[in-house]
Design a protein around this ligand. Structure first.
Ligand code: CO8
Length: 258
């Protein structure tokens, strides 16, 4: 399927989705977020795909929601049409792992999109921010909630209230990103990481995603119980038998997602 605002490349078991509105620093308009949701849904349904990478350009992962598209809208329009609600739900519905590979600006909705992915690999050029305050608004697709969980209240308040940017080093130190790599190697490192994940049992990677995400939604004891039940349940899979047998036989496991 051909898209206008993103490019999808599927190689082996990894789908690489590149945001592609270079003239607007990949600003997220309805078309782009709609196409991204469709591409992620297609990848979810494609048995060949086992991990997804979302990336942007060297200059910008995404510089936010498209200000030109939003500026003249009314409250009634935004509210009654639930602006961007459906597109975001499509992204979050994906059960396969999604890595955000971020170089350059990840601002506003761009930072929020990166945080909606399962983890973020940053280039040393990455700059994160929630500068909506400068436009007289607040974050709209999870920034105030997710950034606070990633970096804590004090730094999140600082970012949202001042609109300042955080560089890659600070983002790693604060727990926003999992690792920082040289900009030139970003795509290569993200794809290698995705390929490594793609080698695992898909039943187990889906279970990991559900378990870790549950930690944001529930109490510690409920989350730990949920995790233990998932752990027990995986003993019903052939992949658990294969994984443990392979370790004991000192060989590579051959997972079959069964
Ligand atoms: N929307 C629309 N166009 C943009 C955006 C944007 N967010 N960001 C950049 N552009 C465009 C510029 O207008 C410019 O276009 P043109 O060449 O036609 O004038 C082009 O991209 C290049 O940008 P600059 O010339 O400004 O490039 P600089 O290198 O000088 O500056 C910056 C780069 C610092 C990233 C600057 O462009 C900037 O500050 N951009 C806006 C950042 C911002 O405020 N982001 C938050 C937007 S609001 C938001 O994200 C709310 C999220 C929740 C909404 C819920 C639905 C998604």
């Amino acid at each position: 399927m051909a898209f206008e605002t993103i490019i999808v490349d599927i190689e082996d078991s990894v789908a690489l989705i590149t945001l592609n509105r270079p003239d607007a620093l990949n600003a997220l308009n309805s078309k782009l977020l709609g196409e991204l949701g469709e591409a992620v849904r297609d990848a979810s349904r494609n048995d060949k795909v086992r991990c997804i990478v979302i990336t942007g350009s060297d200059k910008a992962f995404a510089a936010g929601a498209d200000i030109g598209e939003m500026s003249e809208r009314s409250f009634v329009d935004m509210f009654s049409n639930d602006y961007m609600g459906e597109q975001v739900r499509n992204l979050l519905a994906c059960r396969k792992p999604i890595i955000a590979a971020v170089a350059g600006y990840a601002l506003g909705g761009g930072c929020e999109l990166a945080m909606m992915c399962d983890f973020i690999i940053a280039a040393d050029t990455a700059k994160f921010g929630q500068p909506e305050i400068n436009l007289g608004v607040v974050a709209g697709i999870g920034g105030s909630q997710r950034l606070t969980r990633f970096v804590g209240k004090s730094k999140s308040m600082d970012m949202h209230l001042t609109g300042r940017f955080m560089d890659a080093e600070e983002a790693e130190r604060s727990g926003l990103v999992s690792r920082v790599v040289p900009a030139k190697k970003l795509k290569e490192e993200a794809l290698a990481c995705a390929a490594k994940i793609a080698e695992k049992s898909q039943i187990a990677t889906m279970a990991v995603k559900e378990a870790v995400n549950r930690s944001y939604e529930t109490t510690l004891s409920e989350g730990i119980l949920f995790e233990r039940r998932l752990f027990h349940a995986l003993f019903a899979t052939e992949d658990q038998k294969e994984g443990m047998a392979a370790f004991l036989e000192k060989r590579e496991a051959q997972f079959r997602d069964k």
